[in-house]
Design a protein around this ligand. Sequence first.
Ligand code: CA
Ligand code: CA
Length: 293
Amino acid sequence: MKEIIPRLLNVSIVFYLLMMGSCSKEDVQILNPPPNSGPTILEQLRDNYNQLPEQAISISRDQRVYAQYTGPTERYNHRVMGDGVEGGALVVVVDSIFYELTLTDNYVFEDIRPRLFDVDQDGNLEIITIRTEVTQGAGIVIYKVRNNQLEEFAFVPEIGQSSRWLNIVTMNDLDDDGIIELVWVQTPHIGGILKIAKIEPGELTVIDELSQYSNHGYGDRNLCLSVLTKENEEKVFYVPVQNRDKIAGFKYRNNALEIVSEINQTVDFSKVLSEQYDFSNVITTEDNCIFVE
Ligand SMILES: [Ca+2]
Ligand SMILES: [Ca+2]
């Protein structure tokens, strides 16, 4: 009987018998851990990198893509999100492969965490960041994993003046022409200008803009003051007006922004906009509502 037992059991169980001298059903399960044991991607991002104070990590719905800012730095003293600590580097993980990019000293990521969206509709998520040049203010840079590294795919040039910031509103094919649009508010604290561009490789060209809108309160860590919905088969996005007493709804069609509704409601800029009004048919994409208490 002693010679038969090892042939009936797998190697792990034999090892366990040698180590422990006994075997039960529950004990055998301990000996067969899941194949992906060891540090998870999240644990590696938290433990092996110097995180920003917010410790915010973006994760795709299918959990194939992760992104976070690292390399906290105080070399740009703007404090648009409360503290003077911004990102000096970016880490992206795709299918367990880590990609790292460190900015030169004249840049910071003036942001909380990168956004994930398939902006060129090739089936792979791109990484959308707010990147600031210390003398030129904020711009938007979209990175793509290509040739085994993070490459710049498209960008919105910096505003042109230090201590000038912008915040992203939405990314989607707003006019259903097959090309993804990018919408943002430039200088949301001082007469915010709502801008829209089609996302194509290289420098993005502003197609239309409207002023006196805002999607950020100075010093807040709430970047989620916009909502995208689908109404009667058309995309409508909502942004508060500059003085915060209304929410404006916009469509984008025929290469122009069009105000389609105004909701008379005061907006609390410390709270996510979708929780402040009963919007219908909200479109949620990857986890791009960026809010930290
Ligand atoms: Ca893509
Ligand atoms: Ca489009």
